[in-house]
Design a protein around this ligand. Structure first.
Ligand code: PGA
Length: 253
């Protein structure tokens, strides 16, 4: 399976910086014929269309960092999946731990968002993962099992194939403390077994499970050398073109 490398810029970069990054990344990938992995850039809402214009016709896709689950109406400040599609988005991050903790998103809300994204024919990147306390209490499996059960409720086996699961242990996000490849493999294998139980073996073998949490050029090769880790969701290290390119190149076999 080709690795999926996703840049999550979070609340960083205005239009000018976003366009410049997109242009330079496109130039690099075209010049060096980068085809070993699939790349997705998730800028803030305000830069989506500008980045899409710069990347249109390239092999790099655009994604959003969030979405609201209603299609339209009186929801001041919110953005629907259809609106994201009209900006050129193919992917939408749902259930990021920062959304869960700062904006009180529950698994039930995230489930609605995942369904809204699928209804528009876009691909959700569903984030799950345990907190530091849960990690220390050794209840990681129970936590991610619960998240999967609720976030994937009402989603059938045809639709689930369009979902990317991002395992992001909360204690590793933005902390500089990445999970080890061994820890990630363990969690990914658990997630795949769980998907097999809910759906079937074919779905489980083909669903993409990526890792996120303090990925850097220094640890990316180790993480990506594992076949059970199908790519990465990169926050801080995706903000600088050079480090993001190094991470992309780490996904080469
Ligand atoms: P980080 O963020 O790479 O800065 O830890 C990852 C994420 O939040 O998706």
């Amino acid at each position: 399976m080709r690795k999926l490398i996703v840049a999550n810029w979070k609340m960083n970069k205005g239009i000018v910086q976003s366009q410049q990054f997109a242009e330079e990344l496109r130039e690099y990938t075209e010049k060096h014929k980068i085809t070993h992995c699939e790349i997705v850039i998730c800028p803030p809402y305000t830069s989506l269309e500008a980045v899409h214009r710069k990347l249109d016709g390239s092999s790099i896709a655009v994604g959003a960092q969030n979405v609201f689950y209603e299609t339209s109406g009186a929801f001041t400040g919110e953005v629907s999946a259809g609106m994201l599609k009209s900006c050129g988005c193919e992917y939408v991050i749902t259930g990021h731990s920062e959304r869960r903790s700062y904006f009180h998103e529950t698994d039930a809300i995230i489930n609605k968002k995942v369904m809204a994204v699928l209804d528009e024919g876009l691909k959700p990147i569903l984030c799950i993962g345990e907190t530091l306390q849960e990690h220390e209490d050794k209840i990681t499996e129970a936590v991610i099992e619960e998240q999967i059960n609720h976030c994937l409720a009402h989603i059938d086996s045809d639709s689930v194939r369009n979902i990317v699961i991002a395992y992001e242990p909360v204690w590793a996000i933005g902390t500089g403390k990445n999970a080890t490849p061994h820890q990630v493999e363990h969690a990914h294998n658990f997630i795949r077994r769980k998907i097999k139980k809910i759906y079937n073996e074919d779905v489980a073998n083909n669903i993409r499970i990526i890792y996120g949490g303090s990925i850097t050029p220094d640890n990316a090769s180790d993480l990506f050398s594992s076949n059970t880790i199908n790519g990465g969701l990169v926050g801080g290290a995706s903000l600088e073109l050079e480090s993001f390119i190094q991470i992309i190149n780490s996904a080469k076999k």
